[in-house]
Design a protein around this ligand. Structure first.
Ligand code: TRP
Length: 356
């Protein structure tokens, strides 16, 4: 079946969970790619508010977060004329198809998903990496943090993607496993119902590798729950302060040594925001041990601000304009629902749900 496909352009679909303001990790992992793809593809971008419910946000906060992310999408340059921009919960077809797709998702594979294990481990206070998790989960029957929505997070994400028959899903490296599950669910559906209805969706990185943006605390990725983020909405002073406080080490002792993780992370950030010769300059200063981390950080802060400050200005403008924001998402929901309703109708039919 190919009538659901736009004949000229590949379909791009992506979203970001509504759990707080967007940071540089979201920007380089996802949002900047969304913007770059908008001229060449049939793009659909949404705010994942149903996914945010898995971690029980305060209702007032969730409401604000959805608005913030929308404003950030638009401020970063997503054009509502070129893209379909919508809020996930405005498309009820997604919720229905999620129910249907859950019939084909195995509890075992969902429990073994890294994102689920991480959250479950944190909620239950387990430190080991073993099967203990499964035992603990069963022993802890009313732990609301380890809820069925969290377990089936990948099913909902698969439906977000499959309902649009997306070809490309620009996301950061941490989402690769969810994409793999999406392909698995789509293929399983096809083989169970002897159809070729769904096709594989893949990540999109403009020919490079998936980006992993490090945090400022010396190790690991930038993440809301790690408290190591630079936000698009950070003002100049806050941002400079954060960068100047980034973890470093005592400095290279011998020429041409391998940088430690905190320093590698600063270089990785610099690769994203700075000009190649700036990066080259600090790399050779590191190699000949003349580097001063204070200078490196000052330059890094400067170059980050060049990216974020103009976006910040626009966020401040747009987020106060409720009327504009609601016009954008109403139109977006209408357009998203055209495809979603058709897919849901076809899926129901394939699965044998009553037609008469
Ligand atoms: N899981 C993604 C994240 O945490 C958000 C998301 C939900 C998403 N549904 C999606 C991303 C569909 C791409 C496609 O960032």
């Amino acid at each position: 079946m190919s009538e659901h496909k736009n004949e000229d352009k590949k379909v791009v679909l992506s979203g970001i969970r509504a759990t707080g303001n967007l940071h540089l990790g979201n920007y380089y992992g996802a949002l900047s790619k969304f913007v770059r793809m908008q001229d060449d593809y049939d793009c659909r971008y949404f705010v994942a508010d149903l996914h945010a419910l898995t971690t029980h946000p305060d209702p007032g906060m969730l409401h604000e977060n959805v608005k913030e992310i929308l404003a950030e999408y638009l401020a970063a340059g997503l054009d509502p004329e070129k893209n379909i921009i919508y809020v996930q919960s405005d498309v009820p077809e997604i919720a229905e198809m999620y129910l249907l797709m859950n019939m084909h998702a195995g509890i075992g594979e969902l429990m073994r998903t890294a994102s689920f294990k991480d959250k479950a481990r944190k909620a239950l206070g387990i430190t080991s990496d073993s099967d203990e998790i499964e035992r603990e989960i069963c022993g802890n029957q009313t732990n609301r943090q380890v809820n069925a929505g969290l377990l089936t997070y990948p099913t909902l994400m698969a439906v977000d993607i499959l309902i649009h028959h997306a070809d490309f899903v620009p996301v950061g490296k941490d989402q690769e496993q969810h994409l793999e599950l999406t392909r698995r669910f789509g293929r399983r559906f096809n083989s169970f119902y002897k159809t070729d209805y769904f096709h594989d969706a893949v990540n999109f990185n403009f020919g490079g590798d998936a980006v992993k943006v490090p945090g400022l605390d010396g190790s690991g990725k930038m993440g809301k729950s790690e408290g190591n983020c630079i936000y698009l909405i950070d003002d100049e002073k806050t941002l400079r302060k954060k960068v100047m406080r980034a973890v470093t080490d005592e400095g290279p002792k011998v020429p041409d040594s391998e940088p430690t993780e905190p320093i590698r992370n600063l270089f990785t950030l610099m690769e994203l925001v700075s000009a190649p010769d700036t990066l080259g300059h600090f790399r050779s200063a590191y190699a000949d041990c003349s580097i001063r981390y204070g200078d490196l950080k000052k330059q890094l802060a400067e170059d980050i601000l060049k990216v974020t400050l103009p976006i910040r200005e626009r966020i401040l403008d747009i987020r106060g304009d409720d009327e504009y924001l609601s016009r954008v998402v109403q139109r977006g929901a209408e357009r998203a629902r055209e495809t979603a309703a058709r897919t849901l109708r076809e899926v129901r039919e394939i699965m044998g749900i009553r037609k008469f």
